[in-house]
Design a protein around this ligand. Structure first.
Ligand SMILES: Nc1ncnc2c1ncn2[C@@H]1O[C@H](COP(=O)(O)OP(=O)(O)OP(=O)(O)O)[C@@H](O)[C@H]1O
Ligand SMILES: [Mg+2]
Length: 340
């Protein structure tokens, strides 16, 4: 059962969680009182969606299935987008990442910000994003305390919450983070979603004006595809616009082998393309399975930023193909975002 001890006080001046059950549910992240977040719609009542302050476009990375590479793709896509220019201003795109995986946040690890301490608050009590590799990000992983006294290591701290707590935490992550960044705000906020069709996508779809798009990640296996179809159906139901699909771990190009023939370790992509056609959803790209993608993720360094000579020498054609296909996905996403 959740207790107030599962949350980290994010400012010494904060009136932190009281032990009262009512207050915990009202304010799960223990933030100071601010204007009320948008309300979950009552039965039959109108949905009150609103935009995220200081964010021009929201790009949701989702899938009905767990472990298909959503977080890895969200992170690398964010950096691939940040390497592109805003077509109107010709300035580099300003990108941020919001990790909405409450129970299993990955972004602190992928951004090498694990155990980086608590985020600071603004004078009005908004949470300031953490920054690494030049990109701001926010995650539940920055807000949960350690179970080890005197340590910042919260790796083993579980979040044990019921649905309402999750909704409130998602609302605060959506609306209480200050993305203004020197008053300029973000062009794109990339949102890394948890797996499944539960509270988080529902809360997002009901409360946020997703002025942007959503990319859906799948792997070639039938079990992944069937969950992906459910995920798409749900997101469509809550009016999140879907830009396209990404097939992850689509094939493998063996770096040390003489043969350059792709190997379909998880089955050929034919079923995936059938599903895309049936759902009338474009395929934004296929990414190969690459060892360096996984090791760089664990090391907290986006593969998109890895030196291209290193990519070639360690991962060969697979690494190079992954890099160029990811750049293509970023290009397609950018043009879809500013068309919508
Ligand atoms: N193209 C790829 N090549 C090699 N490894 C990959 C690739 N894509 C993802 N991985 C690895 O697969 C694992 C799962 O990826 P990731 O955590 O991004 O999935 P997820 O869909 O976000 O999972 P969850 O549903 O638990 O949030 C990670 O170890 C990641 O490094
Ligand atoms: Mg994830």
């Amino acid at each position: 059962m959740f207790t107030s001890h599962h949350l980290r006080p994010i400012s010494k001046n904060l009136r932190f969680l009281s032990t009262s059950r009512r207050v915990q549910h009202e304010n799960p992240l223990g933030l100071p009182r601010r204007p009320p977040p948008p309300q979950m719609p009552r039965k039959g009542g109108p949905i009150q969606r609103r935009s995220i302050a200081n964010v021009d476009k929201v790009l949701v990375v989702a899938s009905g299935k767990g472990g298909v590479g959503k977080s890895t793709i969200a992170l690398n896509l964010a950096f691939a987008l940040a390497l592109r220019k805003n077509e109107q201003t010709n300035a580099p795109l300003r990108v941020g990442i919001l990790d909405l995986d409450i129970f299993g946040p990955s972004i602190p690890t992928l951004m090498a910000l694990k155990n980086a301490g608590e985020p600071a608050l603004t004078s009005v009590g908004s949470i300031l994003p953490m920054i690494n590799h030049g990109l701001p990000c926010m995650s539940m992983g920055f807000l949960i305390p350690s179970t080890i006294p005197g340590s910042d290591d919260n790796t083993d701290t579980p979040i044990v919450w019921r649905g309402l707590m999750v909704q409130k935490a998602v609302q605060q992550l959506l609306f209480d983070v200050d993305w203004s960044r020197d008053g300029q705000g973000l062009d794109i906020l990339v949102v890394d979603m948890p797996p499944g069709t539960g509270d988080v996508p529902l809360t997002l779809g009901q409360l946020v004006n997703v002025d942007g798009s959503c990319v859906i990640v799948s792997t070639p296996q039938d079990v992944a595809l069937s969950d992906v179809r459910k995920g798409i159906a749900m997101l469509r139901k809550v009016s999140v616009p879907i830009t396209g699909l990404i097939l992850n771990q689509s094939f493998y190009l063996c770096p040390g082998c003489n043969s350059h023939t792709p190997r379909y370790l998880f089955g050929k992509p034919d079923n995936f393309h059938d599903v895309a056609r049936k759902l009338d959803t474009p395929v934004l790209g296929e990414l190969p399975l690459v060892e360096g993608v996984s090791t760089s993720a664990d090391g907290g360094y986006p593969y998109v930023l890895t030196n291209i000579k290193m990519v070639e020498s360690t991962d060969g054609d697979g690494g190079l193909t992954w890099r160029s296909n990811m750049a293509q996905v970023a290009e397609r996403v950018t043009s879809a975002l500013w068309k919508s």
